[in-house]
Design a protein around this ligand. Structure first.
Ligand SMILES: [Zn+2]
Length: 113
């Protein structure tokens, strides 16, 4: 049988011949269920971490706008946050700069105006 007649399970990376009985048998195995659960938890963790980073970046933008701080300050904020919190995954993922802060500012002012 050639390789194109095989399918690959995206969770446990196992290749098998796609017969209905094999599919049912495969998805009922502990290995497949554990791999599927781990994949979903990983996706959720990545999503949650991404939301925390976006929240931190938006809070920074609101802070600079509310306190009427220079957009140029944002060029250095990411560096300082990463230096102050070297163990933080959120701080290490923050990407703040003048251009992004200006973009957030426009979104805020146009939304309210
Ligand atoms: Zn599987």
């Amino acid at each position: 049988m050639n390789k194109s007649s095989h399918v690959l399970c995206k969770y446990c990376k196992k290749s098998y011949i796609p017969r209905p009985c094999d599919l049912d048998k495969h998805i009922s195995t502990k290995k497949h269920k554990d791999a599927e659960q781990n994949d979903k938890q990983k996706l959720f963790s990545e999503f949650a971490a991404g939301k925390k980073v976006a929240r931190a970046e938006i809070l920074w933008s609101f802070f600079t706008i509310y306190r009427n701080l220079s957009f140029n300050l944002s060029e250095y904020a990411g560096f300082f946050l990463q230096s102050m919190f070297p163990d933080s995954n959120i701080a290490s993922s923050i990407s703040i700069n003048r251009k992004k802060n200006k973009k957030n500012y426009r979104k805020c002012t146009f939304k309210n105006g």
